[in-house]
Each structure stands twice: as structure tokens, then as C-alpha cells.
Design a protein around this ligand. Sequence first.
Ligand SMILES: Cc1cc2nc3c(=O)[nH]c(=O)nc-3n(C[C@H](O)[C@H](O)[C@H](O)COP(=O)(O)OP(=O)(O)OC[C@H]3O[C@@H](n4cnc5c(N)ncnc54)[C@H](O)[C@@H]3O)c2cc1C
Ligand code: SF4
Length: 328
Amino acid sequence: MRPFKYTRATDPNGAASAVGANPQAKFLAGGTNILDLMKEDVERPNELVDLTRLKLAEIKETGGGISIGALATNTDTANHPLIRRDYPLLTQAIVAGASGQLRNMATNGGNLMQRTRCQYFYDTAMPCNKREPGSGCGALEGLNRMHAILGWSDSCVATYPGDMATALYALDALVRLRSVDGRDRTLPVNEFHRLPGDTPQRDNNLEHGELIVAIELPKSNFAGNSYYLKVRDRASYAFALVAVAAALELDGSNIKQARVVLGGVAHKPWRSEEAEAALAGKSASEESFRAAADLALRDAKPLAHNAYKVELAKRAIVRALMCASKLA
Ligand SMILES: Cc1cc2nc3c(=O)[nH]c(=O)nc-3n(C[C@H](O)[C@H](O)[C@H](O)COP(=O)(O)OP(=O)(O)OC[C@H]3O[C@@H](n4cnc5c(N)ncnc54)[C@H](O)[C@@H]3O)c2cc1C
Ligand code: SF4
């Protein structure tokens, strides 16, 4: 690990301006991702600005919705009675991730910002456009069983690995940011992460130094009929091969509105508005779920080792929607 300067932030504006003033600085929250990447020499910040003393861990009701502090831990978020009651999809997604010990340390802001688990990204002996722009992509013609089937480019075929964000996309969350100049802006979560295009080094649309202060969840009509399904190699401590956040608003068996978001298949959680539109107005049934799943994967382009993900994703969508509608 390379030497770095440690700075302890005492307020959000100070944290944002400290990182904003140094192009090589990064925030430190739970440290469960950034410190691993520093130990592997993948990330090389010369300064870490510690956020853990900031008072940004509150989870509170806000005029129908809920605001979740960026520094709230994954464990406290998943266990919070308001989240369990009104957004059980989020609780399910969070507890599907990592392990109990990691969730006790991991914060919501850090979770949104976590980087890909592509093995070539972690291996500094291999080419990787995300780690070193212009060096090539080791995974494109390499071992790509875990990689993307949607939205990838020749520059990068990595997937975004997080579970929590996949549920947040289905819940239409907003991310509140504090800019380096002290102003706030709000980004819909589905505009937070990026597809790789020809700039895979950029995972998301934050400016350098922008601080996530909170995640805001609008009032949800999905609490009664939602389900997070994660398919992985091991029952715990493994990233998704495919995940599905499914949510339905039902009137009897009639679907008023639907959300279908895939994890583990693209550089960002992949919301299928086509599948959602196809479900609206239909009766909840295995047949309508299968038709929606086919639409969601219509544009899938598997790589040499991950064609299995196309059928797996379709089946996972059907299964998640069956569970959400309580037909399974
Ligand atoms: C063995 C292992 C297994 C895991 N399995 C899963 C899994 O199955 N599913 C899953 O979803 N995750 C999994 N994770 C990832 C884990 O959830 C993340 O490492 C964690 O959520 C990151 O949060 P943190 O607070 O520790 O972030 P840190 O490591 O402190 O920071 C991560 C990044 O976020 C930035 N950052 C932190 N806070 C902010 C903020 N408020 N504003 C702006 N930037 C910020 C940091 O600068 C850094 O770049 C796993 C991790 C490990 C080590
Ligand atoms: S898929 Fe992306 S992260 Fe992985 S080696 Fe290629 S460029 Fe790097």
C-alpha cells in the first residue's frame, strides 16, 4: 500500500471541498472497497478524507417518503422499521449482499460507489481500460463468464456488482449530492451510474469531490408486492451472476404498474422499461411474466463465456415476478 495523507472531515462542505481541492484525493467511508483496492494497488489516492464523523447517518420520514443518510450502514438501513415496512425490496437487496460483518461497516454512499469486480481490473499485470485508459480490455477476449450481456462496449464489458442500487432503481430513488462549492443537487438514481462507452474509467456521473449526502425514496406503492432475487455461485459472500428487483402495483390480479431491474448484467443496474410497459394493464400470470422477460433480454449480446446469463436472466425475471405477485 502506498503512503497517503489522512484527513478527518468535520462537516459535509469541508469534506467535499477537501477532496475537490486535490485531484488525487478520495473519500473514506466504511473502507470495505477503497482499502482493498488500495492494497491491490488498483486505487492510488494520495489523500483519504474520512467521512465517518459526519452526522449523515439519519433515516427519517420526509413528507410521504424516506431519506436515508449516506453514512448509515447497510445493516442499519436494512433493519430500520420504516424500510422494512415500506420498502422491503430494499431490505431484501441489502441483506443479499456481502456478509453480516461487511454490512456492519459498509455505508450506503460507499455501496453506490463500489467498483466492478472484474478480475482483470483487480490484476495490475493485465490490461484494463477502466484502471488504465487506453491499455485495452483483458476481459473482452478473456474469461468473461461474470461479465455483461447488455450495454457493454468494446472498451469495457464489466458489470456493476452492487445489490442495493438494483433495488433503488426499482424504487425510483433520488441521490442527494453536495458539490464542492457547497451547493446541493439531486440525481435520479438511474442517472447515477454510466454505461462504459469509450470512457469506462468513469463509473458514474459524479464530479470529483461531490459528496453523496442522502438517498431519498419517494412514497412507494410496491411494498406489498416486491421481490429481490439474486442468483450466485454460493449462497452467501458472492456477487450476482444475475439479480432481479421486481415490483408490482396490483389491483386484484391486474397490474397497474411494474418495475423490472436486472443486476449483474451490465455496467449499471439495467431497468427494462419495455418489460414494465408490457406488464402494465395485464393480468399477473406466468404467461405475461414470460413475455416481459423475453422483451427485457431482447437486445442481449452475450460474450464467449456468458451466454448462460440470457436464459438465466429470463428465468430469474419470471421467478421474481411470480414471487412478487405471490403466485409462487
Ligand atoms: C468480500 C466482499 C463481498 C462483497 N459482496 C457484496 C455483494 O454481494 N453485494 C454488494 O452489493 N456488495 C458487496 N460487497 C461490496 C460492499 O457492499 C462495498 O464494499 C461497500 O458497500 C462499500 O461501502 P463502504 O462504506 O465500505 O465504502 P468505502 O470502501 O469507504 O468507499 C467506496 C468508494 O465510495 C466512495 N465514497 C464513500 N462514501 C462516499 C460518499 N458519501 N460520497 C461519495 N463517495 C463516497 C469512496 O471514495 C470510495 O471510492 C462486498 C465486499 C466485499 C469486501
Ligand atoms: S471489462 Fe472493464 S474492468 Fe474488466 S478488464 Fe475490461 S476494461 Fe477493465
